[in-house]
Design a protein around this ligand. Structure first.
Ligand code: VG1
Ligand code: CO
Length: 544
């Protein structure tokens, strides 16, 4: 019979969850008691979980296995009745969301720092998801933070490490531990949503699909779904062995870190469709032969064509997008006559809208798209919906994109990131901007006139909660917009994100290069926020 120990611990002051859970460098999590104190703060912020089920899984990065064992022993000591844990400690974020929902779990602990690099001196993360399968809402993350500041003990059971490789059920510490196949339930769910026969036929007819798993969690999922079930060429499923350090790369599917894929897709010998996902499998990058689809456009295009997939054949209830995401999806919602919602950055804000049936499809400009099938964004889901649409329309990605622009107009859009800037400078830049919001309307910045400027506040239409300070928005005459916000997922210094967009209804002007088309807004952003001046940087580190 194993023992439960109560271990004294000192509270840590820095356990405030960010946009998506607590993310810190591995050595921070390795401090004695640090990981345990945070997990105990999660449990102490929950009620009535005695005897219930907890899902545990992670993206396989460095330190994943150690924390899985800690979380299992602490779940036993705290009175959970059962844990479901992915084989090898692996569950992609959307797969974990599905498992929580399918097996009616009380909640789940997901270990991930998503697109951030992994390794002994890189990033790690812990996030709690609630019973709907989605990230804990702010009310809970705030309670966890409050608890973490005063916690003085944690509970842990004393039993041997669980063999995470062997599927099946065992008992330890008065709790049932089930090691489950991380892919099977997810693949089954995808089969209910998409026309696998049609996609298989498309591929059989010579349509070439390439997918870069970036040595992250989606490798096994992509192999099972794209290769085994849909017949894609295994040689075109790249980097599909998950590695603890992602092969030394950032598992971030953007044009900087997935540059190889991008370059190949722009070449003469490009496959027809290219995609990638991030560390924990919730993001997607979509590139057609010769054309990159911006995530904001992809959201709009998926929403406009979702009815072509069996899971959405009766149409969608509505669309939600994060505030910095472009307005492209709004025009689709308008045409379809469905609800449109604008939320703060982070998937946790979509949960209430999805649960209430107000929206079916959600998306963020940061390469996150998803639907009511789970409560997380879902990288492979987006890939499969694109493939289903391509199979139904039998047109190229380029044709679908250009047809969309011709129908709805094109929103030129880009995000510029200034990474690793000094936190004080970043805060100063935002403070200065905030201070002048009231006086901006009527002023001219880089030859454009400001019509409105504010700091975005979200009023949740379902539970009435209010979230303030969610990003500075500056609107110009003619509808152009710039948004400024600081990242809530980084682990060193600050990252300033600047989002720029304008709408172009005229098809003869849809062929411009994005950065050139946005040159005026780029200049305006620098002028109004004094970016160069304050940060000392002469340009962004990442352009997406
Ligand atoms: C970023 C993205 C945001 C996304 C979040 C988590 O947050 O901008 O859209 O929801 O990452 O995604 P921030 O605060 O750094 O801008 V993931 O794939 O890191 O779980
Ligand atoms: Co992610």
């Amino acid at each position: 019979m194993s023992q439960t120990e109560t271990v004294s611990v000192k509270a840590f002051a820095d356990q405030k969850p960010g946009t998506s859970g607590l993310r810190k460098k591995v050595p921070v999590f390795q401090q004695p008691g640090y990981t345990e104190a945070f997990i105990q703060s999660i449990f102490d912020s929950l009620e009535n979980y005695e005897g219930k089920t907890l899902v545990i899984g992670g993206d396989g990065r460095y330190y994943n296995r150690e924390v899985i064992q800690i979380a299992i022993r602490m779940a036993a000591a705290n009175g959970f009745g059962r844990v479901l844990v992915g084989q090898g400690g692996i569950l992609s974020t959307p797969a974990a969301s599905n498992i929580i929902r399918k097996y009616k779990a009380f909640g789940g602990i997901i270990l991930s720092a998503s697109h951030n690099p992994g390794g002994p001196n890189e990033d790690f993360g812990i996030k709690y998801n609630v019973s709907n399968g989605g990230p804990a809402p702010e009310k809970i993350t705030e309670a966890i933070f409050a608890r973490s500041k005063e916690i003085d003990r944690y509970l842990i059971a004393d039993f041997d490490d669980v063999d995470l490789e062997e599927l099946g059920t065992r008992e330890a510490g008065g709790m049932t531990i089930e090691v489950i196949d991380p892919v099977a339930d997810y693949a089954e769910l995808m089969e209910t949503l998409f026309d696998f026969d049609a996609i298989r036929a498309l591929i059989r007819d010579g349509f070439k699909v390439t997918f870069d798993a970036m040595h992250a969690v989606t490798g096994p999922y992509a192999r099972e779904i794209l290769v085994n079930r849909l017949g894609a060429d295994p040689k075109l499923v790249l980097n599909d062995t998950p590695l603890e350090d992602f092969g030394g790369h950032h598992p971030d599917p953007n044009l900087v870190h997935a540059k190889d894929l991008h370059d190949r897709m722009m070449s003469d010998t490009a496959p027809d469709f290219g995609a990638a996902s991030d560390g924990d499998g919730d993001r997607n990058l979509i590139i057609g032969k010769g054309i990159f689809v911006t995530p904001s456009d992809s959201l709009a295009m998926l929403a406009a064509n979702a009815h072509l997939a069996p899971g959405y054949k009766d149409g969608i209830a509505g669309i939600a997008r994060s505030m910095p995401t472009s307005g492209a999806a709004d025009r689709v919602a308008e045409k379809l006559g469905v609800e449109m919602h604008e939320t703060p950055t982070g998937w946790k804000f979509f949960g209430n809208l999805l649960d209430a049936g107000k929206v079916t499809i959600c998306g963020e400009e940061s390469a996150g798209t998803g639907s009511s099938h789970v409560r997380e964004k879902d990288g492979l889901w987006a890939v499969l919906l694109w493939l289903n649409i391509l199979a139904a329309r039998r047109e190229s990605v380029k044709e679908i994109v250009e047809d969309h622009w011709a129908t709805y107009g094109r929103t030129y859009y880009s995000r510029h990131d200034y990474e690793g800037i000094d936190t004080d400078k970043a805060n100063r830049l935002m403070d200065e901007l905030n201070a002048k919001l009231a006086t901006l309307p009527g002023q001219t910045v880089a030859d454009m006139t400001v019509v409105k400027a504010d700091n975005f506040t979200y009023h949740d239409p379902v539970d009435g909660s209010v979230s303030k300070n969610q990003g500075i928005r500056i609107f110009f005459e003619g509808g152009a917009r710039i948004v400024f916000r600081l990242s809530g997922t980084g682990t060193s210094g600050a990252t300033l994100r600047v989002y720029m967009e304008f709408f172009e209804p005229e098809p003869s002007r849809h062929g411009a290069e994005t950065q050139a088309a946005l040159a005026g807004l780029i200049a305006a952003a620098d002028e109004v926020a004094r970016i160069t001046n304050i940060t000392g940087r002469d340009g962004p580190t990442v352009i997406t």
